[in-house]
Write a protein of this length. Structure first.
Length: 615
C-alpha cells in the first residue's frame, strides 16, 4: 500500500476544499462532505491521516530523560528537549512527552472515518469487496483509536486533587463546530474499558495477519457467501496491506494497555488485574506457539541486515513502520571518530545493570566482577548494545578515556569533562551501539545509507509483559490458567538466548544460571529481575521513561559515568563518576504527566493532575 501517494491525494483534496477564501468566487472549488461517499480515496484520506498521527519515535529520544542515558546536546538553542525536562524544566507548558494534540487529532480522524465508512462506495460492483473494505477499514479505525487512547493514558493519566484517577476526555463521535469542547476527563477505568472495547471490535473485523491466499477455502465463510474470490480477497486482505493495524496488533495494544493499568501507578483504580494482563499477553503469544515461538535472535534483531534489506518479515517484529533508507540514526549516534555526533550517551547506571556472564549482578559478592576490568565476562548483550572504551567498531578502536585517540576526542578529566562536547564527545564514557548499522557512512562527502526498520511492537516486549504480569498475579513458577509456561520460563529462555549461564564457547557453566533459580524462589526478587531484564532487552527503544513511572520507581537517580585514565606504564584505571547529570524530577507527583496548561486554561471542566497546578 503506497501510503504517501494516498496522503498526497488527500492533501490535494483538502487544498481544493479551502481555496474559496483565496480566489473569489470559486464556489465550485469547495468540496462538499458528500464527495467522500462517491470518492473512496477522499474518505480513505481520513484514515491515512490517523496513521500519520501514530506516536512512535524513530530515534532513541526519551532515554536521555532517564537513568539509562544522557546527551551531549545540553546547551544553547539546540538543547535536547528530553534532557531539558530531566534537569528541571518539565512543566505543563513545556512537555515534549505530551501526546495530547497528536493523539486527539488521530482520534478525531478515526471518529470521522467511523461515522462515514458504512456509506462510502468502496467498490463499484462486487458486494463482497464492498463489505471486505468496510470491515477492514473499520477495524483499522477501531484499532487506531484504541492505540491513541493508550498513549494518552500513558502520558496524561493521573490523580487529581479529588483523589480520583482520571484518564482523558472520552470521545467516540467526531467533533464539529457545534460540539461542546468543555468536556471533563473520564476516569482511567472508563478509558481502559473503551480501549478494550475498541480492540475487541478491531479483532472481530480484521485478519490475524495480512497475507495472500491461494485457494477459496482460505477465504472466510462470511465473504464466500457474498461471492468473494481470491483476487478480490487478496486486494483487501493480502500482502499489500502488511504493516496496517491487524487483529494481532489490536491484541497487542490491548495487552499493553492492560499491563499499564495493572501497574503499581494505576492498579488501585484502573479495574484491571495483573491476571487479566497476563492472559491478554498470552493471547498474543499463542499465535506464535507461546514460548516455542520466541525468536532466538530477537535480542539483536537490528543486526539481521539481510532480512532488513530484503524486506523479509522478521520473527521478532510484531508490528513495524515501513522501511527507510537513511543514515539518520548513525549520523546522530556514531562516535565522532566515525563522523557521528555521539548524541546518546549510555549511563554507568545502565552498564551496571548488565550482569556477569554467569547471570549474577555485579553487586553480588559471588559474581567475580572486577572494577578495574569492568567489561570482562559480562552479559554478551553489553557488547551488542554499548560502545565502551577499547571496543572495536567498524574496524576502529573506540577510545572514551581521558587519554587521547588519534583525534583527541575522548573524555577529558573529571573537572572539565564537558570541554569537548561540541565535537561530539561522550559525557559518560560510553556511546550507543544498539540499533546502529556498521555499514553506514554518515559523512556527507561519502554518504552511504542503508535500510532501517523501526519496530512499534516487538514480541520480546510482550513476553516480558507476560512475565511481569504473571509473576505479579501468581508468582514465578505458577500457571493456574494452564497457559503452558510461567514467568520463570520466559525469563529463563530470554537469559539463555542472551548467553547467560554459558561460557564463551556456548557451554553451560558448572553452576548454570544459579541466580535465576534464587530469584525463582522469591517473588520480590523475581520482580526485580524481570524489571532488569526489561531494562536491558528494551534499552534505547523509548520504554524506560514510561516504565519507571508506572512502577513508581525513583525518577531522580543521578546519571553516572566512567572516567578512564591511562598511565605512562600502560596501566588503565577506571573511576566511576558519581554525578554526570542530576535528574531533577519530583517523585511525589511526576510519575504522572501533566495535562497541557493551555487546555486547562481553556476548559473549566478539565482537571489537572495533582502537583502540576502550581506551574
Amino acid at each position: 500500500m503506497k501510503i504517501r501517494n494516498i496522503i498526497l491525494y488527500f492533501v490535494g483534496c483538502l487544498a481544493l476544499c479551502s481555496c474559496g477564501d483565496m480566489f473569489e468566487p470559486a464556489e465550485e472549488n469547495n468540496r462538499p462532505e458528500e464527495a467522500m461517499y462517491e470518492e473512496s480515496k477522499y474518505a480513505h484520506g481520513l484514515l491515512i491521516y490517523a496513521y500519520e498521527c501514530l506516536p512512535y519515535y524513530r530515534t532513541s529520544n526519551t532515554d536521555v530523560a532517564t537513568d539509562d542515558a544522557t546527551t551531549n546536546l545540553i546547551s544553547g538553542n539546540g538543547i535536547d528537549a528530553y534532557y531539558h525536562i530531566a534537569t528541571g524544566a518539565w512543566s505543563p507548558d513545556l512537555d515534549p512527552l505530551s501526546m495530547w494534540n497528536t493523539c486527539k487529532q488521530g482520534i478525531q480522524h478515526a471518529n470521522l472515518f467511523l461515522a462515514k465508512v458504512d456509506t462510502v462506495k468502496w467498490a463499484l460492483s462486487a458486494p463482497s469487496k464492498q463489505q471486505m473494505f468496510i470491515d477492514r477499514l473499520k477495524g483499522e479505525a477501531y484499532g487506531l483509536r484504541a492505540l491513541f487512547y493508550y498513549h494518552l493514558l500513558q502520558a496524561h493519566g493521573g490523580y487529581a486533587d479529588d483523589g480520583i484517577l482520571y484518564g482523558v476526555p472520552l470521545l467516540t463521535e467526531p467533533e464539529n463546530g457545534s460540539s461542546d469542547f468543555n468536556q471533563p476527563r473520564a476516569t482511567f477505568a472508563q478509558c481502559i474499558q473503551q480501549i478494550f472495547t475498541d480492540c475487541n471490535n478491531a479483532i472481530a473485523l480484521l485478519p490475524l495477519n495480512y497475507k495472500d491466499v491461494s485457494t477459496e477455502s482460505e477465504i472466510p465463510e462470511k465473504y464466500r457467501r457474498l461471492g468473494a474470490q481470491i483476487t478480490g480477497f487478496n486486494l483487501v486482505f493480502g500482502d499489500k496491506a502488511r504493516n496496517l493495524i491487524s487483529a494481532k496488533v489490536a491484541e497487542a495494544i490491548k495487552a499493553q494497555a492492560a499491563l499499564l493499568a495493572a501497574s503499581p501507578a494505576f492498579r488501585e483504580q484502573s479495574g484491571v488485574s495483573s491476571e487479566e494482563a497476563a492472559i491478554y499477553c498470552a493471547n498474543v503469544l499463542e499465535h506464535i506457539g507461546g514460548l516455542d515461538g520466541m525468536d532466538m535472535t530477537g535480542s539483536t534483531w537490528y543486526k539481521n541486515t539481510k532480512q532488513i534489506d530484503g524486506a523479509v518479515e522478521m520473527a521478532e517484529i510484531l508490528w513495524r513502520a515501513d522501511r527507510s533508507k537513511d543514515a539518520d540514526q548513525e549520523a546522530r549516534n556514531y562516535p565522532p571518530t566515525l563522523d557521528g555526533k555521539g548524541r546518546v550517551n549510555p549511563s554507568q547506571n545502565l552498564v551496571d545493570a548488565f550482569p556477569m556472564r554467569s547471570g549474577r549482578p555485579i553487586t553480588d559478592p559471588n559474581s567475580g566482577y572486577d572494577p578495574q576490568n569492568p567489561y570482562a565476562n559480562r552479559d554478551p548483550r553489553l557488547d551488542d548494545d554499548i560502545l565502551y572504551n577499547g571496543t572495536t567498531f567498524r574496524r576502529t578502536v573506540i577510545i572514551t578515556g581521558t587519554y587521547p585517540n588519534e583525534d583527541d576526542k575522548g573524555l577529558k578529566t573529571l573537572d572539565n569533562i564537558n570541554d569537548n562536547i561540541e565535537k561530539g564527545s561522550t559525557r559518560t564514557g560510553y556511546y550507543l551501539k544498539k540499533l546502529l548499522r556498521n555499514d553506514v557512512s554518515p559523512l556527507s562527502s561519502s554518504l552511504i545509507t542503508q535500510q532501517h526498520i523501526y519496530p512499534r511492537i516487538r514480541y520480546t516486549e510482550i513476553f516480558l509483559a507476560y512475565a511481569e504480569a504473571a509473576n505479579d498475579a501468581w508468582g514465578p513458577k505458577a500457571d493456574p490458567k494452564g497457559i503452558g509456561y510461567t514467568a520463570y520460563d520466559v525469563i529463563k529462555k530470554i537469559r539463555q538466548r542472551a548467553g547467560l549461564g554459558k561460557d564463551f564457547m556456548g557451554m553451560d557453566l558448572p553452576e548454570g544460571d544459579s541466580y535465576l533459580e534464587e530469584c525463582a524462589a522469591d517473588q520480590t526478587k523475581m520482580t526485580d529481575l524481570i524489571r532488569n531484564e526489561r531494562r536491558i532487552e528494551l534499552c534505547f527503544e523509548n520504554k524506560r521513561f514510561w516504565d519507571l513511572r508506572r512502577w513508581l520507581l525513583p525518577l531522580n537517580e543521578p546519571v553516572r559515568g566512567m572516567q578512564i585514565d591511562c598511565y605512562s606504564n600502560g596501566d588503565i584505571k577506571y573511576t566511576v563518576i558519581p554525578v554526570v547529570d542530576e535528574r531533577k524530577f519530583d517523585n511525589s507527583f511526576q510519575c504522572y504527566g501533566p495535562i497541557p496548561k493551555s487546555e486547562v486554561l481553556k476548559w473549566s471542566n478539565l482537571k489537572q493532575n495533582r502537583g502540576w497546578e502550581i506551574y
